[in-house]
Design a protein. Structure first.
Length: 438
C-alpha cells in the first residue's frame, strides 16, 4: 500500500517540525476546518458554496435565498469539528456515548424528511438525534436494487462490536492508525446506525482517530465523491485495499499541506474550488439579476472610483515589494490603447479623464526588467490586472486568467475579491523568482 507508506513517512517528517508555532497551527487548522465543513456537507447535498460556508463560519453571515436547514447543517458540523478537536487534546476514549454526542452536535435538532414506506408509499419520517435508528434506512441504488444496511434490531449489538473491535485493534503491536481509521469508517457505514447524518458523522470519527494519533484530518473533496463512493463499493465486495489507499492518498495531501504550514509556506491552492465557485456564482448572478445600468462613461468612471482605485491601491503596494529584485521597474496604466507611466496611486485619478462611452479596457501593468542576480542574460516579468467593460457588466481578471470576477455595473469589488486577485499575481511572481533561484 504505497499511499499508506507515504503517509507514514510524511507523518515522521511532520513530527520533526513539531511543535508548530501557534500562528502556523492556527493558519493550517483554519484551512482544514473550512475545507472539512464545506466538502463533507456538500457531498451530502448541502447547497452552500465554499464562500458562503466561509462567511457563515468566520463571520456568522447567512446566504440569501439558501435553505435555513443548510445553514443549520454547516453550523452543527462546525460545532462538532471544534468539539472533536478539543476532545483530541483531552485523550478521551472512543465510546458509543461519544458517538451519540457527536451526532447530536452535527444534526442540532430533530427534523422531518420525505420518505417511502416498504410498500412504496410516500410519507415523512422524523429524524432523531443522538439515537440509533428505529426504522430501516436501506437505500435504492441506480440500478433499482435495494442496498441493505443493518436493521434497527441489529444496530445496538453491531455498534458494541465495532467499538470492541476498535479497542482491540489499537492494542496490537503492529497497529497502524491509518488502516484502523479507514476500516472503522467502512464498518460504521455498513451499519448506518442513525436515521441521517451517517456520512458526516463517520468522516469526523475517522478524523478523530487520525488526529488522536498525530495525523491531520482527511478532506474528501466534493468534486471527487464519485471516486470516494466507488472505493467504498469495492470494499462492499471484500476489496478493502482500494478504499484504504484512497483515504491514504487524501491523507498524504493533508500532511503535505501541514508540512508546508509548519515551514511557514503558503498553503493556498490557486486551483482551489473556492475560486471556481466564485466565478460561476458571479456569472450566474449576472444572468439572474435584473439589469438596470448600461455602460457609459459616467458608469465606468463610477467603477473606477469604487473598484479600480481600490484594487490598484492594493496591487501597487504589493507589487512594489518586488522592485528590489530588478534593475528597472515601471507601472503603466492603460485605458483602451492609451497608456501612461504612473509613479503612485495618487497619479491614477488624472487617467480617469481618458474614459469614454466606448471604453472597453482598463489595465495596470508592472514591468520588471533585468533580474539583479542574473547578469548573464536579459530578463523581465510583467504582472497585470485587467478590467474589461461590456454592455451590462464588467470583468476583472489576473494576467494569466486564473481568476476572474464578473460584476454588474451597480456592484463593486469586495475586499475579499481584491485580496484574491492581488494574491494570485503576487504568488505567481514569487514562483517565477523561485524558479530563477533554482
Amino acid at each position: 500500500m504505497k499511499n499508506v507508506k507515504k503517509a507514514m513517512r510524511l507523518k515522521s517528517e511532520l513530527d520533526d517540525y513539531r511543535p508548530l508555532s501557534k500562528e502556523d497551527e492556527l493558519r493550517v487548522m483554519q484551512k482544514f476546518q473550512l475545507d472539512w465543513n464545506y466538502h463533507s456537507n456538500h457531498i451530502e447535498g448541502n447547497s452552500l458554496t465554499y464562500g458562503e460556508t466561509k462567511a457563515l463560519i468566520l463571520f456568522g453571515i447567512t446566504a440569501e435565498g439558501k435553505p435555513l436547514r443548510d445553514h443549520f447543517e454547516i453550523d452543527g458540523h462546525n460545532d462538532a469539528i471544534k468539539w472533536v478537536m478539543d476532545i483530541v487534546k483531552q485523550d478521551r476514549p472512543l465510546t458509543e456515548n461519544f458517538i451519540r454526542e457527536l451526532h447530536k452536535l452535527i444534526l442540532k435538532e430533530p427534523y422531518e424528511v420525505d420518505a417511502i414506506t416498504p410498500d412504496g408509499k410516500y410519507t415523512t419520517k422524523k429524524i432523531e438525534i443522538g439515537k440509533y435508528k428505529s426504522i430501516p434506512n436501506h437505500v435504492k441504488t441506480k440500478t433499482g436494487e435495494i442496498f441493505r444496511f443493518a436493521s434497527p434490531e441489529e444496530t445496538p449489538a453491531l455498534m458494541k462490536d465495532l467499538l470492541e473491535w476498535y479497542r482491540n485493534e489499537t492494542k496490537k503491536i503492529d497497529f497502524n492508525p491509518i488502516i484502523v481509521a479507514v476500516m472503522f469508517h467502512y464498518k460504521f457505514i455498513r451499519t448506518h446506525p442513525f436515521d441521517d447524518g451517517n456520512g458526516r458523522t463517520v468522516r469526523i470519527l475517522m478524523n478523530f482517530v487520525l488526529m488522536k494519533y498525530g495525523f491531520p484530518p482527511v478532506i474528501i473533496k466534493t468534486e471527487d465523491k464519485v471516486n470516494y463512493f466507488n472505493a467504498l463499493q469495492q470494499a462492499d465486495i471484500g476489496r478493502f485495499e482500494p478504499f484504504i489507499e484512497y483515504i491514504a492518498e487524501n491523507l498524504v495531501t493533508s500532511l503535505e499541506i501541514m508540512i508546508k504550514g509548519a515551514k511557514g509556506e503558503s498553503i493556498d491552492d490557486l486551483d482551489d474550488i473556492d475560486k471556481e465557485i466564485a466565478l460561476l456564482k458571479q456569472k450566474l448572478d449576472t444572468i439572474e439579476k435584473p439589469v438596470t445600468i448600461i455602460k457609459s462613461a459616467d458608469v465606468i468612471k463610477n467603477v473606477f472610483d469604487t473598484s479600480v482605485m481600490l484594487l490598484f491601491d492594493s496591487f501597487i503596494t504589493k507589487a512594489k515589494k518586488f522592485e528590489t529584485f530588478y534593475v528597472t521597474n515601471t507601472f503603466h496604466f492603460w485605458v483602451d490603447t492609451n497608456y501612461e507611466k504612473i509613479a503612485s496611486i495618487q497619479s491614477l485619478s488624472r487617467v480617469k479623464e481618458n474614459i469614454k462611452n466606448e471604453t472597453y479596457l482598463i489595465k495596470g501593468t508592472f514591468s520588471y526588467v533585468d533580474f539583479r542576480y542574473d547578469k548573464s542574460q536579459k530578463s523581465a516579468h510583467d504582472s497585470s490586472i485587467e478590467f474589461h467593460f461590456d454592455t451590462t457588466s464588467y470583468t476583472v481578471t489576473d494576467s494569466k486568467k486564473q481568476l476572474q470576477f464578473v460584476k454588474l455595473y451597480k456592484e463593486s469589488l469586495t475586499d475579499e475579491e481584491v485580496l484574491a486577485l492581488v494574491k494570485t499575481e503576487v504568488i505567481e511572481h514569487k514562483k517565477q523568482i523561485e524558479k530563477r533561484i533554482q
